[in-house]
Write a protein that binds this ligand. Sequence first.
Ligand code: ADP
Ligand code: MG
Length: 495
Amino acid sequence: MSMTASPAAGRSFPMCARSHKSSNVARRARMGVRSNLLSFAPILIDLQRDCATPLPLLRHVADSMTADMRAGLVVDGGSDLKMILTYVDNLPTGNEKGIFYALDLGGTNFRVLRVQLGGKEERVVATEFDQVSIPQEFMFGTSEALFDFIASGLAKFVQKEGGKFHLPNGRTREIGFTFSFPVKQTSIDSGILIKWTKGFAVSGTAGKDVVSCLNEAMQRQGTDMRVSALVNDTVGTLAGARYWDDDVMVAVILGTGTNACYIERVDSIPKLQGQKSTSGRTIVNTEWGAFSNGLPLSKFDRQMDADSINPGEQIFEKTISGMYLGEIVRRVLVNMAEAADLFGEHASTKLSMPFILGTPHISAMQQDSSKHLEAVGSILYDVVGVDSNVNARKIVWEVCDTIAKRGGRLAGAGIVGILQKMEEDSKGTIYGKRTVVAMDGGLYEHYPHYRKYLQDAVNELLGSEVSKNIVIEHSKDGSGIGAALLAATNSKYEH
Ligand code: ADP
Ligand code: MG
């Protein structure tokens, strides 16, 4: 793999000063106007060198992921990876029947879902869902106020139950609760909130069992419901995908943040200490966003990390997930604009605003394959307020490609780290047979280049013989149904 500024397929890179335009640039440079092409090339070359992911580096990352997983399974705090026990020991089988609910709280919206399950033959008979945005006041209020708001939304949704949905007489409705904040899980249906994140600052929840908070609020609302499974979104995705396909062993979220979980053998978890699982297996939530070993980082990554609300933490997440890719690109462009007039001499105040350039923008720019990169030009103009010539746009395209390529390839190496850990522990579990990795999240779903780079890395690391059996598959919104399925699997009623 080239470690220098290499032309992308079918795209000529304007670095050698031969064309008519380039000689104008050289003339302008001689005339005392700072040359752009000549002066921002070194910034791009340095970036591509610092962010390069040649195969030996990917192999090191995959091996370190495997080693960190093992260390985290021995003892809490044993490595960057928390390797959280989820208490999900039984996965959906397809035999589940009845009506189940799911509640997803993980950001500025909460989603509620009901599903009527019809067993092996009928599977998912019907689903309905609703989404409610959480007003700011509840994100900064008391725990009771937030959970009352959620419980009342849930109660309204339950009132609309009808049609194909039937609750047998005398039964309490059961919910799978997807809660995507850091929780110390204590059983399948309880977990202590460690801290709020993602802009929530609710008083009185940290240190409490979030399931009790919700159950109490439902009682206050007079709703007869019970939380029978508390899960995080990766676990919901794994359960949802597994319902349709027995070969699913791993689930990965690549959205605003990133995380992965997988099915582990209980006898491979020293820190479990005597806790039993009837199936001999359990899902482990890796919290792999905290991984940091051997990652190729540039000065732009280090600056972004230093300026973040959690410096030194979540380095893998900051290198591969949707919240950050656009911001890294923006930081590179600021440097190119300041040091080398990438967008001419007019400074843009918008370009200097952190997070103004989102990952959806860099994904859209990368998908522009037109000769003059008009879409790149209009995004740069609309989003960060700069004019650009075609050469500048090509440079921007290369920067987006460099950051997406590194992210996708490292995510692929992380997946291989998990697969090889499972294979090492028990030969034949993964290699030589079909194995599915269920993927979800807006970044994976909407960024085709990133997806391809991820797949390339998996193929390169595993070789064609093994990788042809590894299916990396998008499981759209599987996590909601997955949570409802886990409510069914852990139902207090016979099923
Ligand atoms: P969350 O991770 O917050 O639960 P999603 O899974 O929907 O939500 O992912 C949203 C994230 O996906 C956004 O923050 C963004 O980084 C990324 N994303 C959304 N749309 C695109 C796109 N078109 N191209 C690339 N990334 C995208
Ligand atoms: Mg999500």
